[in-house]
Design a protein around this ligand. Structure first.
Ligand SMILES: Nc1nc2c(ncn2[C@@H]2O[C@H](COP(=O)(O)OP(=O)(O)O)[C@@H](O)[C@H]2O)c(=O)[nH]1
Ligand SMILES: [Mg+2]
Length: 503
């Protein structure tokens, strides 16, 4: 952590000072050209910032009204000179400069140039800093002298502005443009800011909440892993695949009961991993249903965090991944992406533990499954990669027990070929490390990093392929408490959780 702060500070020596912990720390936000730098200068009472084309976040300190103030100026939103990524970097830099976090974001809106379409600036703020930032934001209207009293009242009472202000719990203040701004207005502004900071309990904005959420998730993960080890089934089956392919239906067919909810919808009916333990033909098995990959109703991060739970729900690891596909659908790019996702996230080794399970056997129309597979080269290659293991279900005919018996035989044959081994959490951890490393290489190109890393909540990436932080310590504690097996699960899952929480 220290290292990162030092490195960031060195890299950006133009803003060399560090805010004193006693300073009032204010980050100025707004659209490009709103007048943020001029406003900062008006507050500080000197020409501290250059007043045009701010491209980098920068901090200046001053003593105003007997107190130290640090103001961090940022490039504007909707800035055509910066890419989205560059802007994101600069916003993260503003957090770094205001560490441990600003007391207030001042959203500067120029009464003269404010345009309707810029109202979605609240979405921009939320996207960059998270929903919590709204609590720490005050709207500062500038250029009051440019509009008549009647215009001002109409503006502030208009529906659009009322809607915008509601997001910030109606915290706002109005001052003149810099050249028309007398010291009294600044005194009143600071008084108003003090009041708002006080109402927030004197706290500063930081991503600690997210860090706390991460810790809670790690605890939950360990709990599930430990519990799963207690109720360990002899044969552990995980259903994976796109939404609507028939995963939940196939689970029901295997169990011979309506345990998993099914349905026709482009959105996932299943949004959480669900495990069911049962006895099938004298075998003690667990079936884990998962939400569909590439489901549009969940964010990518949440979806991944949820799907990876199947690994620890099947602790010490699943014997088989059933990759479910519809027989009556073409093998589309989306299907290919599903396969790619599984390979990336569970590692190439996962294919040794995979059987392609086709559903909708009722629509085979006289052909054999092999005929169907050999008609498409890509599909053939996929099945081949999975050791030519495939099976066909007709979930409409759940009473046809032979389809389940045959599937279980295929699974047992595969387990035997794998030397009785199942997919392990260690394999999962390796796959995640690989993804992490790839992502890290991408991140290294950027300065920004996430607020979590900069402001210091959870884990911090310190070097090639190494991840340290709170999570490691938790895993170590789990090692002592729960023994080795549980730890491997916990460690693997913590990796997953971190990946899911977009490190
Ligand atoms: N005709 C037919 N319909 C099926 C079959 N398997 C699933 N379905 C239907 O496909 C829809 C989606 O199934 P579901 O199990 O919820 O898919 P999931 O999103 O992958 O879990 C449901 O309406 C099922 O009734 C099958 O083998 N034949
Ligand atoms: Mg489902």
């Amino acid at each position: 952590m220290e290292d990162i702060h030092r490195k960031l500070a060195n890299e950006h020596s133009e803003s060399d000072e560090t805010p004193d912990s006693q300073d009032l720390r204010i980050v100025l936000l707004g659209v490009c050209g709103a007048g943020k730098s001029a406003t900062a200068n008006a507050i500080l009472g000197r020409e501290a910032f250059k007043e045009s084309g701010t491209r980098e976040s920068e901090m200046q300190r001053g003593r105003v009204e007997d107190r130290n103030i640090s103001i961090i100026d940022t490039p504007g939103f909707f800035n055509t000179q910066l890419t989205d990524e560059e802007l994101q970097e600069q916003m993260m830099k503003s957090l770094h400069l205001s560490r441990p976090g600003p007391h207030m974001f001042l959203l500067v809106i120029n009464l003269e140039t404010f345009r309707e379409e810029q109202r979605n600036i609240k979405e921009q703020i939320q996207k960059v800093f998270g929903a919590r930032a709204m609590k720490f934001t005050t709207v500062l209207f500038i250029g009051r002298e440019k509009v008549s009293r009647r215009e001002w009242v109409e503006f502030i009472e208009s529906e659009n502005i009322a809607e915008l202000l509601n997001y910030f719990e109606r915290r706002f203040h109005v001052i003149n443009s810099k050249n028309e701004c007398d010291p009294y207005q600044i005194t009143m502004l600071l008084k108003s800011i003090d009041e708002m900071v006080k109402n927030n309990g004197g706290q500063n904005y930081s991503n600690e909440k997210e860090a706390a959420d991460q810790k809670q998730m790690e605890r939950l993960i360990q709990e599930i892993a430990r519990e799963s080890l207690h109720t360990k089934a002899d044969l552990r089956i995980v259903l994976l695949g796109k939404t609507g392919t028939g995963k939940s239906s196939a689970g029901n067919t295997i169990i011979d009961n309506f345990v998993f909810k099914t349905g026709m919808s482009s959105k996932s009916i299943t949004n959480q991993c669900q495990k069911h333990l049962t006895t099938v033909e004298g075998r003690n098995i667990s079936v884990i249903d998962t939400p569909g990959l590439f489901d549009t109703s969940m964010s990518k991060e949440n979806l991944k965090a949820e799907i990876v739970k199947c690994v620890y729900m099947s602790a010490p690891g699943p014997h088989v991944f059933l990759l479910v596909m519809r027989l009556d659908m073409r093998y589309t790019n989306e299907e290919k992406d599903t396969v790619k996702w599984i390979q990336e996230n569970f590692g190439e080794e996962a294919s040794r533990y995979t059987i392609i399970l086709f559903t909708r056997g009722d629509q085979l129309k006289g052909k054999t499954l092999d005929d169907y597979i050999s008609e498409n080269n890509d599909l053939k290659a996929l099945v081949n990669m999975c050791g030519d293991r495939s099976h066909l279900f007709n979930n409409e005919d759940m009473k046809k027990h032979s389809q389940v018996t045959e599937l279980l035989e295929k699974i047992e044959k595969m387990v035997k070929e794998n030397g009785g081994q199942h997919y392990t959490n260690e394999m999962y951890r390796k796959a995640q490390e690989k993804i992490e490393w790839e992502a890290q290489k991408q991140r290294a190109k950027r300065y920004g990093r996430t607020a979590l890393e900069v402001i210091g909540g959870g884990a911090v990436v310190v070097g090639a392929g190494t991840v340290v932080g709170g999570a490691g310590a938790v895993a170590a504690a789990a090692a002592a408490a729960a023994g080795r097996a549980a730890t491997t699960v916990a460690a693997a899952v913590i990796g997953a959780a971190k990946a899911g929480l977009k490190l």
